[in-house]
Design a protein. Structure first.
Length: 277
């Protein structure tokens, strides 16, 4: 693997078997000349291949965004990754660095962009919001600014996007759908639900993955009615709520929810109801 171009002190454009890729590693770009054989032990992250318009856009960001933003974003990504078993999407380094660069510039001119989904993020995505708070404080200290509270929410959205299995998923749409379904469940159950309980946390986790499947039209396709019929028989209250959710999604997203998906919704709603007053 050879160096094609040094992008900044921490990033290289490299070539291997005719494929271009971006390499990240602290200091690997300093005084590195084209044609140099790369010491892979100094490489912390590889972004490959650069064969789409989107990936070429990420490459172009290295020309306009100072290296300091990529370096602190890399620290934030490592901090975030420690909270997930699944690997975060590698484009987070570029999308978040671009966002943070503009955030710092906006802060210097006292321009704040409010996020309309702040309450929802704090309620349903507490892990991502906590990471966002830590990241906001790191960036504020690094660049001697005081980023507003809304920045923790903006950063959380970038992290949420990086957890998706599908690149097309939009975090804002997912958050809105999770919130709407949670509202339906609270209203229809009409119980005192402890939103800080482990049962509610598990329910919201299921909703997040369910919402992603809805938005990407990748719902389970198998139809096994036995378990579905059992739930209707033994947990009718939960299944009535699940069917309201089914009707809402069909009406608003033109997607039919298969019985398997409805069954799992019913199971989680039933457990939530059981441990609520």
């Amino acid at each position: 693997m050879k160096v094609k171009k040094s992008l900044n002190n921490s990033m290289l454009l490299a070539e291997n078997d005719g494929k271009e890729m971006i390499l990240f590693g602290k200091g690997i770009g300093f005084n590195t000349k084209p044609g140099t054989i790369i010491d892979l032990q100094s490489v912390e992250q590889v972004f490959m291949p650069l064969d789409t318009l989107k990936s070429r856009h990420y490459l172009s960001l290295t020309d306009t965004i100072p290296a300091d933003f990529f370096e602190i974003t890399h620290e934030i990504v490592k901090m975030a990754q420690a909270h997930y078993s699944e690997k975060l999407n590698s484009v987070l380094l570029f999308t978040l660095a671009e966002h943070l660069h503009f955030a710092v510039e906006r802060c210097k001119t006292n321009t704040n962009i409010a996020n309309k989904l702040t309450w929802e993020i704090k309620r349903y995505y507490q892990r991502e919001y906590s990471i966002g708070e830590l990241a906001r404080d790191l960036v504020s200290a690094k660049f001697a600014v005081s980023l507003p509270d809304d920045e923790a929410v903006h950063i959380a959205f970038h992290i949420i996007n990086a957890t998706f299995q599908f690149d097309e998923t939009n975090a804002h749409k997912q958050v809105e759908l999770v919130n709407r379904i949670a509202e339906i469940v609270r209203y229809k159950l009409n119980q005192n639900i402890d939103v800080n309980s482990i049962h509610y946390a598990r329910f919201i986790t299921h909703l997040r993955y369910f919402a992603e499947r809805v938005l990407n039209n990748s719902l389970a396709t198998e139809e096994t009615d036995d378990f579905y019929n059992e739930l209707i028989r033994f947990h009718p209250k939960a299944m009535v709520v699940a069917e309201v959710i089914r009707d809402f999604i069909k009406s608003n997203y033109a997607i039919a929810i298969p019985n398997d998906e409805l069954t799992w919704l019913g199971i989680h709603i039933s457990k939530l109801s059981k441990y609520s007053k």
